[in-house]
Ligand binder design. Structure first.
Ligand code: ATP
Ligand code: MN
Length: 430
């Protein structure tokens, strides 16, 4: 059913309910074109006779409900058609969620709040994208809640965010990220500071619920929560916490029966826990691959994405004009804690940082907290509740002159003066 070379590439004829999977080789680009029929990429419909370009390392599935012909040109690592996909199960799940939205609309209730969980590399992010696309294609306004601090689809790594979805994801670039609500976590694994992770999950839940109270469409649209692949120990507890903070109605467990059983046991009985298979097309990603895509995310933040180039600014910031903090003091044994202080307090504590050379290359979040907000006694009140208004990277530190040079998406001055340090480093090679 495939292989006949067209004028501009290899032609693939797909039967209904099958998908063409391909991966783009390192350093290469691949162009995809829909020649006839209907097809979609992770729930976003393809336009006919339009060339879609995918960059190095992209792992894509072109799925068709009705049958189609497509052509691929450029170097693919693999390209094959599979008849064995769970898309029908995902569509049925979407239909059930849509039924809940319809009912919510009628009864003046809120729509489904869905948490997608599973170990690493089972297609969690992809399932979220498919469900959001199907919902928004029906005119719904679901919210994507991104809790994966390692591979955020909304903002730079080390953040937790919420994004109202108003149109399907762009086939090449994903969801358009205008005005996301972003919180600073600071590292790429929840385990670095699980208290902070849970606290920020609660913050997001609260902001989302407030929005639902004033925005009927957001309320009926509900949310799809993407989570990390860490599903054991504190990672598991974080999932349970999230389910309760967001008062989720549905949990989709991908590919792990044990996790499914645990959640069924530990969540309230009215939460519907559903086990779904992972797609055979989901590709495992190595540590290096993950690191690269994190780096790419930061680069995109400053320099834009292919079609749209940004031109970041470099300027000096005087130490005396900013206050820099790290969230969380290094944990100390319980027995050494001052009387009346708990481990929670240390993990949520705001630790002032005096800039030194080791700050070089670090990504800093610019907090939206009021510049003259009191930061009393090392307490982070106000700052933890404040979203981030942007990010900068420290490119050089001059301790003699007491200034640092930063890379910023906007020209000087910084919009706010409270900066939070990330563990994440970015080396600007441009
Ligand atoms: P992580 O544990 O890193 O969060 P995940 O569970 O969210 O991973 P995804 O990011 O959704 O998994 O999928 C992993 C990779 O597989 C992605 O690059 C995605 O584009 C690709 N992928 C997903 N589904 C398919 C498919 N059916 N065919 C081909 N590639 C796919
Ligand atoms: Mn993911």
């Amino acid at each position: 059913s495939s292989g006949s070379a067209g004028t501009s590439g290899t032609r693939f004829d797909l039967e209904r309910e099958t998908e063409l999977r391909f991966e783009v080789e390192a350093g290469e680009r691949v162009q995809l074109e829909l020649l006839s029929g209907l097809a979609e990429v992770f729930g976003s419909e393809l336009n006919r006779n339009k060339k879609y370009t995918f960059g190095p390392g992209s792992k894509i599935a072109v799925f068709t409900w009705q049958g189609c012909s497509v052509s691929l040109s450029g170097k693919t690592e693999v390209a094959y058609i599979s008849k064995d996909t769970p898309m029908l199960l995902y569509l049925n799940t979407h239909a059930a969620l849509e039924q809940m939205r319809r009912q919510a609309g009628k009864d003046n209730e809120r729509g489904p709040r869905v948490m997608v969980v599973g170990p690493t590399d089972v297609g969690k992010t992809t399932v979220c994208r498919v469900l959001l696309n199907y919902a928004v294609r029906l005119g719904r306004r679901p919210t994507l809640v991104e809790l994966d601090v390692g591979q955020s689809s909304v903002s730079v790594p080390g953040t937790m965010s919420a994004l109202c979805i108003e149109r399907p994801a762009d086939v090449e670039e994903g969801f358009s990220v205008q005005a996301p609500l972003v919180f600073h976590f600071g590292s790429t694994t929840p385990g670095t500071n699980i208290k902070l992770y849970n606290k920020l999950t609660s913050n997001l839940a609260e902001v989302f619920s407030q929005r639902c109270e004033v925005n009927r469409r957001a309320s009926v649209g509900g949310c799809i929560i993407n989570t990390c692949g860490w599903v054991k120990g504190s990672g598991y507890q974080a999932l349970v916490h999230c389910a309760s903070a967001f008062q989720v109605d549905v949990v989709i467990v991908l590919d792990q029966e044990r996790l499914y059983n645990e959640l069924k046991r530990d969540l309230p009985h009215f939460v519907r826990v559903v086990l779904l298979p992972k797609s055979g097309g989901v590709v495992e990603r190595s540590k290096d691959c993950r690191r690269e895509s994190r780096d790419e995310k930061v680069r995109e933040y400053f320099y834009g994405f292919r079609g749209t180039s940004f031109y970041p600014h470099a300027f000096d910031v005087r130490f005396s004009d900013v206050r820099i903090y790290k969230i969380g003091a290094p944990s100390i044994p319980d027995s050494c804690l001052p009387l009346g202080m708990s481990q929670d307090d240390t993990q949520l504590k705001l630790v002032p940082v005096s800039p030194g050379r080791d700050l070089t290359h670090h990504v800093l979040s610019v907090s939206s907290v009021d510049d003259d907000a009191e930061v009393g006694a090392g307490q982070s009140r106000g700052i933890l509740e404040s979203p981030v208004c942007g990010f900068i990277v420290v490119t050089a530190v001059d301790t003699q002159a007491q200034v640092m040079t930063v890379l910023s998406p906007a020209p000087r001055p910084l919009p706010r003066h409270t900066l939070l340090i990330m563990d994440i480093r970015f080396i600007d090679l441009k």
